[in-house]
Write a protein of this length. Structure first.
Lengths: 215, 183, 257
């Protein structure tokens, strides 16, 4: 899901920045309420952790591989707001310090992956864990890949509708949702299986973090 | 101060480059970036091209094929999108090379501390992560199978999860000990 | 077994190794001394075929090691079996569900027979047999390191590279490791920044300076008499001493470990 800068119109990224900014402030306040002065060290470390989780490879059959997102693990263990803020901070550092990831796609990625992906994973896991913990976690991880992909596909697919020249030629991303949805969903449905497998394996190895970490 | 101006100028440039759909304007923007890059231009161009190659080729080639078939091909669009993406990516690399984000973030002590701490954690963890990769390669006598790849990925992730939890606690204690929260 | 010819390595703009040449013959026990940041770990990674030198070349059993050579399946298979590296942080090497699986990882890749006997033998040698069914992650740092050592030795390697193996060990384990390595009939190259340990770990000593060059290759006993070299490598230090009211200053080492 690496969209370079230049495919998303300011008509979309500016409002998304406004929404994100509000949610960042809200999330920070929530974290501060429980963590107080420990908020800064925790957030910094969780963002670095998120950065590393995104470097872990998810192997695919046939010798290729993709990178994990780690969102499900972050949300299930540390909570949705911590996951959202950590992912946002990573995206900021990647964009401004490493020059990767894109500054105009930052709010879209942060909201889709961090907030919606994290919230989907967290609530799926909470809802289904009593039925079967492993299955609940696997489904949560799979959805944490798939749902953000749907959102990104819709956001890209909206570009020709909201930002085209008067003669109808596109100005940003050229395809509508009829192209972007299948193009993103089909691969991510497969990648999600790898993420789910990895998440389940990791979760078995972090017994003492299982109750969730409320630092 | 200089870094804050640089950051604001960068944001303004990004906004302009995504709001003005004139090839001449974007071309002039790229010329400006080239001037600012100076001697490091060849490296910048190469890095930018590598970064956008995959995504842009897919979009450009598929768009060209599809629109030619549908009869609404626009050469202007192909130039516009590639020029814009190239300009923005080059601009971001140029900024990342030149500016010190920590001085730009110095507006708030908390923001400054958060970004500095996070960056140093990222560098430390990334170095250690490299050790995990090397160790796995060193121990793989034959090409590792899927099961071993998953086991290794999971063990690596689990290690860093544990490490993060203990690091965060330690850093918070160190900050308290150094009197960070006193005022 | 190993020949280095004017090896140099850069990371980005900074040089970490410069103009390093030496040879190691089969059966030698060599200590590589140098302060942190002198390039010891990088050198070991080059000798383990993980990274490739920016300048100069090196040969293993007469064959030049390049990225291309390591891509050859048959060669890389024999090289990875014969030449093994113990990383400074054992955590980086551990990923299997039990200590048994950890030690068995190498032999399984090779499809070796009598897996059980091999694993058990080396587990006993390093003293981790009682942990065989436990997850390696739960062990202490020193125990993890022993598991890693067994996981390497079970391959019956010809060259053992060890990166600061005593850095995370308590004094008792350090003593054990020193004795263990001495008796091991394998060519070894051990790095350390601890001068007093150098004497215990090998007969021949190489010294990397803070300028990332090889400044000494010879017997440790002779090195200890060469004050200039020791100061240049930052392996000795000086501070004020107070003996019964008399205060003086000289270069020395401590037997801290």
């Amino acid at each position: 899901m690496h969209i370079p800068d230049g495919f998303i119109s300011p008509k979309m990224y500016l409002p998304l920045y406004a929404v994100s900014a509000g949610l960042w402030a809200w999330g920070l306040r929530r974290m501060r309420r429980t963590l107080d002065e420990k908020t800064i060290p925790w957030l910094a470390v969780l963002a670095a952790l998120s950065f590393i989780l995104m470097m872990v490879t998810v192997p695919l059959p046939g010798g290729s591989s993709v990178h994990a997102t780690g969102i499900c693990l972050l949300a299930v263990i540390f909570g949705v707001w911590a996951a959202f803020l950590a992912v946002s901070l990573v995206l900021l550092i990647q964009a401004l310090l490493f020059g990767t990831g894109g500054i105009t796609s930052l709010p879209l990625n942060a909201l889709a992956m961090g907030l919606v992906g994290g919230a989907t994973a967290w609530s799926t896991f909470r809802l289904l864990r009593r039925w079967n913990e492993t299955a609940a976690l696997a489904l949560a991880a799979w959805l944490s890949v798939l749902v953000p992909a749907v959102l990104v596909a819709l956001a890209l697919g909206l570009q020709p509708l909201i930002a085209s020249a008067p003669d109808g030629t596109p100005l940003f991303f050229p395809y509508g949702p009829r192209v972007t949805l299948p193009a993103l969903l089909i691969p991510h449905a497969i990648l999600g299986v790898g993420e789910a497998l990895l998440t389940v394996l990791v979760y078995r190895m972090v017994d003492r973090l299982k109750q969730g970490v409320r630092p | 101060m200089k870094d804050r101006v640089m950051l604001l100028a960068y944001f303004a440039a990004v906004l302009l480059a995504t709001s003005i759909h004139d090839l001449r304007f974007l071309g002039a923007g790229l010329a400006t970036v080239a001037l600012l890059a100076g001697r490091r231009l060849p490296r910048l161009l190469k890095r930018t091209a590598m970064a956008i190659l995959l995504f842009n080729s897919v979009v450009t080639i598929s768009y060209t094929a599809l629109s030619l078939w549908q009869g609404n091909f626009s050469g202007h669009y192909v130039l516009l999108i590639n020029l814009r993406v190239f300009l923005l990516t080059a601009l971001t690399f140029l900024l990342a090379e030149r500016f010190n984000p920590f001085r730009a973030f110095a507006v708030s002590r908390s923001l400054l501390y958060l970004t500095t701490l996070c960056y140093s954690q990222v560098l430390t963890m990334r170095r250690l992560f490299g050790e995990f990769r090397h160790a796995f390669r060193s121990r793989s006598i034959v090409r590792p199978g899927l099961r071993d790849l998953y086991r290794h990925g999971a063990a690596t992730a689990a290690f860093f999860l544990h490490k993060s939890v203990s690091d965060a606690g330690e850093i918070a204690q160190a900050m308290t000990s150094r009197g960070f929260f006193n005022d | 077994m190993i020949e280095l010819d004017r090896l140099g390595h850069d990371f980005g703009k900074s040089t970490v190794l410069e103009d390093v040449s030496f040879t190691i013959s089969p059966g030698e026990k060599v200590v590589l001394l140098g302060v942190n940041g002198s390039g010891k770990s990088t050198l070991l990674k080059i000798l383990n075929g993980l990274i490739f030198p920016t300048r100069g070349r090196w040969r293993y059993k007469g064959r030049e090691i390049t990225a291309r050579a390591m891509k050859g399946k048959d060669f890389s298979r024999s090289f990875r079996r014969e030449s093994v590296l113990l990383f400074q942080s054992p955590e980086a090497m551990i990923f299997n569900p039990t200590v048994f699986d950890e030690i068995a990882f190498g032999p399984r890749q090779l499809g070796l027979e009598d897996l059980d006997d091999r694993v058990r033998h080396w587990a006993v040698q390093v003293g981790v047999e009682k942990f065989l069914q436990r997850p390696p992650f739960e062990l202490s740092g020193g125990e993890k390191q022993k598991v890693c050592l067994a996981a390497l030795l079970v391959l019956e390697p010809e060259l053992l590279l060890l990166d600061e193996p005593t850095a995370n060990l308590d004094p008792r384990s350090t003593g054990w490791l020193v004795d263990f390595l001495q008796e091991l009939p394998v060519t070894t190259l051990v790095t350390t920044h601890n001068l007093s340990l150098g004497a215990e770990l090998g007969e021949r000593t190489l010294v990397l300076s803070e300028g990332h060059r090889l400044i000494y290759d010879g017997r440790l006993a002779d090195l200890l008499g060469d004050r200039e070299k020791l100061i240049e490598a930052n392996l000795v230090h000086s501070h004020r001493h107070r003996h019964e009211g008399v205060e003086h200053r000289h270069y020395h080492v401590h037997q801290w470990k």
